[in-house]
Design a protein. Structure first.
Lengths: 239, 222
C-alpha cells in the first residue's frame, strides 16, 4: 500500500490548478487524495461528466433507500443522484461548475486534445512509449473499455504502476510482449522507485526514491535508463 | 398530433428474431432495464446486441436488477461491446462457444454510432493504431500520423432510457445517464424509449431537450 501512496502523491504533485484529468481505475484513483490545497483539478469521467467532487460511500444495506430518495426529480449534482456516477460506477457529487454530456462528447474531449492528462495503470510499458494495459492472454476476457481512446490525444499520458509485477517480473521493458493498448503514447512513468520521462525512444530518470542506488533501479528495469547528473528525490512524506 | 406513448408490449412487438439492437446505458446507469426484462418474456431470438458493456446482465454485482434471462434463453447470440469486465456469465458463454462477441474501443463505439445516426460514411481515428483493433482496417496517413478507418454502426432497433419525455418523444436525461442513449436513438430504424415520467407536450422547455422527438418512435413508462 505504501508504494501505491508514493506513486499517487508524486503524480498529484505534477498537476496544476485547472488541469482537466482522466483518472483510470486502481492506483490512479488514489491520486485525487493527494492533490495539494489550492489546486483544483477537473476530473473527467468518460461515462459523461466533468468536475467530480466527492464519492458517496454508503453501507450496502442503505444503498437502496438512498437510491430511491435521490432519483428522478429528487437529489441533485451537489448532493448526489442515482443517475450520477463516475466511470468506476461509484456515486459522486460534482463541484459547482461541473457538467454532464454524452459519450461521444466525452471521447471528443480525450481524442481532441482537451485533456491535460490521462493517468492510468499498466501491465507493461516500454522504452518507445508503447503501453499494454488491457488484457492478459489466457486470462478472463474483459475488453478495452475506453483505455485505447483515452491515451490517444491527451496532452500527457502518465502511467501509475508498481515497478515490478507481484512475481517480480519486469514491467518497464525494452519491448512490450502483451497485447498493446496504444503505441508511442506514454509520456511519464511513475513507480514507487522512480519517475521516468519517455522521450524519443529513451527513458530518462527524472527522480528516484530517497536512498535508492542507480544499480538497484537498473536491476529492476529491463529497459535501458538514462541517468542525468542531477536526479532529485521523490516525495515520500505525508502519505 | 399522434402520441408516441404506447405500452411496452406493443413497442417491443417491433423487435424481430435475428435483429440487431442497440441497448443504451453505462453498466446499469441509463440502461432500459424494464424494457429488457419485458424483452426477456418474448420469443425473439438470435439478437445481435450493441452496447457499451454487459452490465445489464451482471448477476453478481446487481442480482436484483440484472437481466440475465436474455442470455439464459439464448435470445442474444452476439454482443458488440467495449467492456465485459468481471462478468463471469458472459465469459462462460463465450468460452462454451454459445456467444459470439466483438470488442470495440469505447470512444470508437460512440463515434461509430454517431456516424451511423448522422449519415456519415465512416471516419479516421488514431484509436487502435498498432493494436489488434487495427487488423483488417484501412490505414491512412494524415498530417504524418497513422489513422484507422472505422465504419458507421446502425441497428434495427434501439432500446434506450431517459428521465422524462413528452408525447412527441422529446427527452431529458439525468446527469451521467445520458451516455450512449441519445446517440443510439439516432442510429436505429426503430427507437423504443423507456422513461420514468411522461409529460404533456410543451412541459419541457424546447431549449432543454437533449434528444429531439424526431429520433424516437415509441415512448413507454412502467
Amino acid at each position: 500500500m505504501e508504494s501505491k501512496k508514493i506513486i499517487a502523491k508524486n503524480i498529484a504533485l505534477m498537476l496544476k490548478d485547472g488541469d482537466v484529468v482522466n483518472l483510470g481505475v486502481g492506483i490512479p484513483t488514489l491520486v485525487s487524495q493527494y492533490i495539494p490545497e489550492g489546486v483544483t483539478v477537473l476530473l473527467h469521467g468518460e461515462n459523461g461528466c466533468l468536475g467530480q467532487n466527492t464519492l458517496i460511500s454508503l453501507p450496502p444495506e442503505e444503498m437502496e433507500a438512498w437510491e430511491s430518495q435521490n432519483g428522478g426529480g429528487d437529489g441533485d449534482w451537489s448532493l448526489g443522484h442515482r443517475d450520477l456516477i463516475n466511470a468506476s460506477c461509484e456515486y459522486i457529487t460534482l463541484i459547482p461548475g461541473g457538467c454532464c454530456f454524452d459519450s461521444s462528447v466525452a471521447f471528443a474531449m480525450a481524442r481532441g486534445g482537451h485533456l491535460d492528462a490521462t493517468i492510468l495503470g499498466a501491465l507493461q510499458v516500454d522504452a518507445e512509449g508503447n503501453l499494454a494495459n488491457w488484457t492478459i492472454p489466457g486470462k478472463r476476457l474483459t475488453g478495452m473499455g475506453g483505455a485505447m481512446d483515452l491515451v490517444n490525444g491527451a496532452k500527457k499520458v502518465i502511467i501509475a504502476m508498481e515497478h515490478c509485477s507481484k512475481n517480480n517480473e519486469f514491467k518497464v521493458l525494452t519491448k512490450c510482449s502483451m497485447p498493446l493498448t496504444a503505441i508511442q503514447c506514454v509520456n511519464v512513468i511513475v513507480t514507487e522507485l522512480c519517475i521516468l520521462e519517455c522521450k524519443s525512444g529513451r527513458l530518462i530518470v527524472k527522480a528516484m526514491a530517497p536512498g535508492l542506488k542507480k544499480e538497484e533501479l537498473e536491476s529492476k528495469t529491463e529497459a535501458k535508463l538514462v541517468f542525468p547528473d542531477i536526479i532529485p528525490e521523490m516525495e515520500i512524506s505525508d502519505l | 398530433m399522434l402520441s408516441k406513448v404506447t405500452t411496452p408490449q406493443k413497442a417491443l412487438s417491433t423487435v424481430k428474431t435475428n435483429d440487431t439492437i442497440m441497448i443504451g446505458g453505462f453498466t446499469l446507469w441509463g440502461c432500459p432495464l424494464n424494457l429488457l426484462q419485458e424483452l426477456a418474456k418474448t420469443r425473439v431470438r438470435g439478437l445481435t446486441a450493441i452496447s457499451e458493456d454487459t452490465g445489464y446482465a451482471n448477476i453478481f454485482f446487481y442480482p436484483k436488477k440484472a437481466v440475465r434471462f436474455l442470455f439464459d434463453n439464448k435470445q442474444i447470440s452476439k454482443i458488440c461491446v467495449s467492456y465485459i469486465g468481471a462478468n463471469p456469465l458472459i465469459n462462460e458463454l463465450i468460452q462454451k462457444g454459445e456467444l459470439d462477441y466483438e470488442l470495440i474501443p469505447q470512444g470508437t463505439l460512440a463515434e461509430r454510432i454517431r456516424a451511423g445516426g448522422s449519415g456519415i460514411g465512416g471516419f479516421y481515428t488514431k484509436t487502435g493504431v498498432g493494436t489488434i483493433v487495427e487488423e483488417g482496417k484501412e490505414i491512412k496517413v494524415i498530417n504524418g500520423q497513422r489513422y484507422l478507418l472505422e465504419m458507421p454502426l446502425r441497428a434495427n432497433s434501439s432500446l434506450i432510457k431517459a428521465y422524462m419525455a413528452d408525447h412527441m418523444g422529446n427527452a431529458v436525461f439525468k446527469y451521467s445517464a445520458l451516455n450512449f442513449n441519445a446517440l443510439m436513438a439516432m442510429a436505429a430504424d426503430n427507437v423504443i424509449l423507456e422513461v420514468e415520467k411522461v409529460v404533456k407536450n410543451g412541459e419541457i422547455n424546447p431549449e432543454l431537450v437533449q434528444l429531439p422527438g424526431v429520433f424516437v418512435d415509441h415512448v413507454v413508462s412502467f
